[in-house]
Design a binder for this molecule. Structure first.
Ligand code: NG6
Ligand code: CA
Length: 521
């Protein structure tokens, strides 16, 4: 009997011990999981896509089901901003978390410009790397490469690899600028050493045809600029010689980048990754794959938007098939607002019909009016973000500090604001204010208000058919009541105007008029 009792006691002790151990173990796993809230992060970034270019943002003439699925299943921001109305400064801010006007060189760069981001600077991929992320860019770079006088026949550096990307498969500048080749971790893809590449933005290479002198060799007619070297029947900005075998195929570019992005996901899915998928659509030259030609009825601009939507659908499908969709936070946005004629005759104007790329906003690419910088902005994280719509002011520049918080660190060194909860749909407010930039001019968005200080220069750019936002007088708009910025309240609301000027100068400084105007050739 005594023996029995002892045995029972021993058994109870053993069970209790093992239960305790189990619960300790569970607790540890839970803690580990909490520390491991490190979803993959994908930023899908389009080029020149307007606020009204996708159906979830009100387009009626274009149907973009795959992007819409992200909007429907995530947070659709109606006051989401790029920092700038052109590419380079917006990308600079996205990656560094710094206002682009703090760097005097953050303007549209030629393909030969040196790297704009200092290798010492904080960047989004660097920050994520410190938290164990693998990092990659696939697509458009346009932030300069090298230190000047790049030799394209050797490894080109510094570049994306030197500012935080483990992997970088890029086009150097824009689709309309030379060099028209892909660069894989610094090396021109498919380069024949016997046919070296030379690039120059000032003078042509002897004997090389140009679009201005050889119109018979050009399939896509140029309207302004874009009349230097001819590649694939398209006049480009800048001169290039050699590298014949390395030249990209424009119509295959979307498929090419998609395949690279999918491949990256498949080969890096086992530990957290950050992928910056920087798509080239709908920037000029608009070169849809033949599968998409004529599909939109709006000409090549509409067709490449449908192509981009398809790519995004395929990309998300890959995340699903690899079993990591629930563990991937996707951000969708665009680097600046829309433009129809950006230098080629491609029917964007002629076939526009009822489509409104600006989605009811005023201005467009290059403009300080809202359509320049307010862009589609979606955050999507299956089963983690509760779908909804948000009118909080959010900016791409804020992803750095917000993601820092998400992955368990912080960033207080940049202009980036931690608004993680807003991005995750857990909070309704975002930034209090934001300085927006367009061709080196700046303005203030604060609350419902937008103030543009007086600027010299044209109020209207005929070539691109866009109002620049410049005026000799102060402009003040209430964006809540007047989304289309038709009512300048600067005179009617002098107190509000003064308040906005003070707020603007507090962030921007008083020297904001020291600007250079954009020249369109
Ligand atoms: C402009 C180009 C325009 C486009 C833009 C950059 C001319 C006349 N216009 O200078 O076509 O390439 O630069 O666009 O050359 S962005 O989206 O990369 O900022
Ligand atoms: Ca752009």
């Amino acid at each position: 009997m005594k023996k029995m009792l002892n045995l029972t006691l021993l058994l109870i002790a053993l069970i209790t011990f093992s239960c305790k151990e189990k619960s300790k173990e569970n607790k540890e796993v839970a803690i580990q999981q909490k520390q491991n809230v490190k979803p993959n992060i994908v930023v899908i970034y389009l080029d020149d896509l307007g606020y009204g270019d996708i159906s979830s943002y009100g387009a009626t003439e274009l149907n973009t089901p795959n992007i819409d699925a992200l909007a429907k299943g995530g947070i659709k921001f109606t006051n989401g901003y790029a920092t700038s109305a052109t590419c380079t400064p917006s990308r600079y801010a996205l990656l560094t978390g710094m206002y682009p006007w703090r760097n005097k060189d953050a303007k549209i760069l030629p393909g030969t410009a040196p790297l704009l981001i200092s290798t010492e600077q904080q960047t989004l991929p660097k920050m994520l790397k410190t938290q164990g992320y693998q990092t990659a860019i696939v697509g458009k770079w346009h932030l300069g490469l090298g230190t000047g006088n790049v030799n394209w026949n050797e490894r080109v550096s510094p570049g994306p690899n030197e500012i935080g990307f483990d992997d970088a498969y890029i086009l150097a500048a824009t689709q309309d600028r030379v060099p028209t080749v892909y660069i894989d971790n610094g090396n021109v893809v498919g380069l024949d050493p016997n046919d070296p590449i030379e690039v120059n933005y000032k003078t042509n290479f002897e004997g090389e045809p140009t679009a201005v002198d050889n119109p018979e060799m050009v399939d896509m007619k140029w309207h302004h600029g874009h009349n230097n070297s001819i590649v694939n029947g398209i006049g480009r900005i800048g001169f290039m010689k050699g590298g014949e075998a390395a030249k990209w195929s424009d119509v295959d570019m979307a498929d090419h980048f998609l395949a690279k992005a999918q491949d990256y996901v498949k080969t890096h899915k086992n530990s957290p990754f950050f992928l910056y998928y920087a798509m080239q659509q709908p920037h000029v030259p608009r070169t849809p794959h033949p599968r998409f030609v004529g599909k939109s009825g709006l000409g090549p601009r509409g067709d490449v938007i449908l192509e981009a939507d398809w790519c995004i659908g395929e990309f998300v499908k890959t995340l699903k098939e690899e079993g990591i969709l629930e563990n991937t936070l996707i951000v969708f946005s665009s680097d600046n607002g829309p433009v129809l004629n950006d230098g080629y005759y491609d029917d964007a104007v002629e076939k526009l019909g009822k489509h409104d790329p600006k989605g009811g906003l005023r201005g467009g690419k290059y403009s300080l009016f809202e359509a320049g910088t307010r862009v589609p902005f979606i955050t999507y994280w299956k089963d983690h973000i509760k779908p909804g719509e948000s009118n909080a002011i959010v900016c791409q520049m804020d992803l750095l500090a917000s993601f820092a918080d998400l992955v368990g660190t912080e960033d207080n060194t940049t202009d980036s604001k931690n608004i993680l909860k807003t991005f995750l749909g857990e909070e309704k407010t975002g930034r209090n204010n934001l300085i927006i930039e367009a061709t080196s001019r700046t303005a203030l968005r604060s609350g419902d208000w937008l103030m543009i200080p007086p600027y010299k220069g044209k109020a209207y750019q005929e070539k691109v058919d866009i109002e620049t936002g410049s005026s000799p007088n102060y402009q003040l708009y209430n964006l809540k009541e007047d989304k289309a910025q038709q009512n300048n309240l600067a005179k009617a609301k002098p107190e509000k105007l003064q308040e906005m000027i003070a707020e603007f100068e507090a962030v921007r400084g008083k020297n904001y008029k020291n600007i250079q105007q954009l020249k369109l050739r």
